[in-house]
Design a binder for this molecule. Structure first.
Ligand code: PLP
Length: 415
C-alpha cells in the first residue's frame, strides 16, 4: 500500500494511519503556535501565579519571598479559610465521603444537598433552589430549559460570559441592550411584546467594573411590559444589602426579581458550586430539563459542608456582611485622593483604570515585588484600551493592609 504520493516506498496500514495522525498533529501545532504568538504579541498573555498556602488576605506565592498581601480573590468575606467553614467541610467529608460518583437523579442526592438547597432558598427568600457544579453551569443550563422560540431574552451587553453562553444555547429571540441603558432596554421590551415570555437578564454587580445594575428601574420596566427579571449575583451574594442578601436587597426589590443565579465559589466559602433560586415550578423544570444538572456529577460533600456553614454564619448575624463596607470606602477614597481613577461605586471590586494592557501587566508584576498581589485585566476580558488592575477588598483585610496597597500603587509612579 502507498500512503502518499510524496512517499516512494510502501507502508503498512498501521504505519500509514500513524503518519496521517502525526501530520494532523503537526498541522494543529502550527495553527496553535501562531495563535499563541498573536496573544503574546498583543501583550494580553495571562500567566498563572502559584499560591502555596490557603486562600486569604495574606498568602505565600511561589517565587516570592515572605507573606504577600492578596487583593485579587473573590473571597469578599474571608470565609474561604474560616475555621468553622473548614471544620464543616471536613465533617461532611468524613460522614458523606469524597463524592457521589453519580448525577443527582440517579443516586447522587444526599440529605445535605437537599438541606443546602432549602437553606439557599431561605437565605434569598425564594420558593426553592437547585444546586449546580458551578454558577457557570447554572447560567449555561437555565435559558435553554426555560425559553423557547416563542419567547424573548433581553440581556445587558456586559453580562458575564456564562450568561452570554447560556443565552447562545437557547432558541429564544435575543435582544442585547446597551450597558445599564434603560431607554434602550425599554425600546427592546416594546419590540419584544410580540413574544410569549420576556426575560430580562443582568448581572447584579458587574465583575469587571464594580458597577451595580439599576434593578429598581429594570423591575419597573419589567412590570410595565410584563417581563420576568433574572439576576446573576456572583459578586453580590453574601455582602451587598443590609443582610448580605444581594443587589435585590440593596435596592429594595427582593420581591420583584424572579430568578437569582449565584455561586458558592466566591463569598460563600469559596470552594465551588452554583445555584438557581426562584419559583418552585421553575426549579422543578430545571431538575427535569437543565442539561448541566442532568449530565454532571453531584456537588462533593465537603463543598456542600463548607457552603452550608458559610450560609449559617451569614444568617446568624449581618456583622460579617457589613464588615467590608468601611474598608472598601477607605481604599476607594485614599486612591481617589492619590489621583487614581476607580470605576464603580461602593463595591469591593475596585478597578484601577490604567488604559494600556502593558502598563496593567507591568504594574501588577511590580506590585508583587512590593508584596501586593493584584492582577491586570486586558482585552479580551475587558474592552481594548480599558486595561485595569482590579483590586478586591475583603472583610478580613486590616486597615493597615489597605494602606499598604494604596502606598504600593503610588510608589510605582514616583520610583
Ligand atoms: N457569573 C459571574 C458574574 C461571575 O463572575 C462568575 C465567575 O467568575 C460566574 C458567573 C461563574 O461562577 P462559577 O465560578 O461558580 O462558575
Amino acid at each position: 500500500m502507498w500512503c502518499s504520493r510524496l512517499l516512494s516506498y510502501p507502508l503498512s496500514q498501521g504505519q500509514c494511519s500513524s503518519y496521517r495522525a502525526r501530520a494532523a498533529l503537526a498541522q494543529l501545532n502550527h495553527v496553535l503556535e501562531a495563535e499563541l504568538e498573536s496573544i503574546r504579541g498583543a501583550g494580553t498573555w495571562k500567566s498563572e501565579r502559584i499560591i502555596t498556602s490557603k486562600q486569604g488576605p495574606h498568602i505565600h506565592v511561589e517565587g516570592s519571598r515572605g507573606e504577600i498581601l492578596n487583593f485579587c480573590a473573590n473571597n469578599y468575606l474571608g470565609l474561604s479559610s474560616h475555621p468553622e467553614v473548614i471544620r464543616s467541610g471536613l465533617e461532611a467529608l468524613e460522614k458523606f465521603g469524597a463524592g457521589l460518583s453519580s448525577v443527582r437523579f440517579i443516586c447522587g442526592t444526599q440529605n445535605i444537598h437537599k438541606n443546602l438547597e432549602e437553606k439557599i432558598s431561605r437565605f434569598h427568600q425564594r420558593e426553592d433552589a437547585i444546586l449546580y457544579a458551578s454558577c457557570f453551569d447554572a447560567n449555561a443550563g437555565i435559558f435553554e430549559a426555560l425559553l423557547t422560540p416563542e419567547d424573548a431574552v433581553l440581556s445587558d451587553e456586559l453580562n458575564h460570559a456564562s450568561i452570554i453562553d447560556g443565552i447562545r444555547l437557547c432558541k429564544a429571540n435575543k435582544y442585547r441592550y446597551k450597558h445599564m441603558d434603560m431607554q434602550d432596554l425599554e425600546a427592546k421590551l416594546q419590540d419584544a411584546q410580540k413574544h410569549r415570555l420576556r426575560l430580562v437578564a443582568t448581572d447584579g454587580a458587574f465583575s469587571m467594573d464594580g458597577d451595580i445594575a439599576p434593578l429598581k428601574e429594570i423591575c419597573s420596566l419589567a412590570q410595565k411590559y410584563q417581563a420576568l427579571v433574572f439576576i446573576d449575583e456572583c459578586h453580590a451574594t453574601g455582602f451587598l444589602g443590609p443582610n448580605g442578601r444581594g443587589t435585590d436587597e440593596l435596592l429594595g426589590v427582593m420581591d420583584q426579581v424572579d430568578i437569582v443565579n449565584s455561586t458558592l465559589g466566591k463569598a460563600l466559602g469559596g470552594a465551588a458550586g452554583g445555584y438557581t433560586t426562584g419559583p418552585k415550578a421553575l426549579i422543578d423544570l430545571l431538575r427535569q430539563r437543565s442539561r448541566p444538572y442532568l449530565f454532571s456529577n453531584s456537588l462533593p460533600p465537603a463543598v456542600v459542608g463548607c457552603a452550608s456553614k458559610a450560609l449559617d454564619l451569614l444568617m446568624e448575624s449581618n456583622a460579617i456582611a457589613q464588615s467590608m463596607v468601611a474598608k472598601t470606602r477607605r481604599f476607594r477614597s485614599k486612591m481617589a485622593a492619590a489621583g487614581f481613577s476607580i470605576s464603580g461605586n461602593d463595591h469591593p471590586i475596585c478597578p484601577v483604570m490604567l488604559g494600556k494592557a502593558r502598563l496593567a501587566s507591568v504594574m501588577a508584576d511590580d506590585m508583587l515585588e512590593r508584596g501586593i498581589y493584584v492582577i491586570g485585566f486586558s482585552y479580551p476580558v475587558v474592552p481594548k484600551g480599558k486595561a485595569r488592575i482590579r483590586v478586591q477588598i475583603s472583610a478580613v483585610h486590616s486597615e493597615d493592609d489597605i494602606d499598604r496597597c494604596v502606598e504600593a500603587f503610588t510608589e510605582f509612579f514616583i520610583q
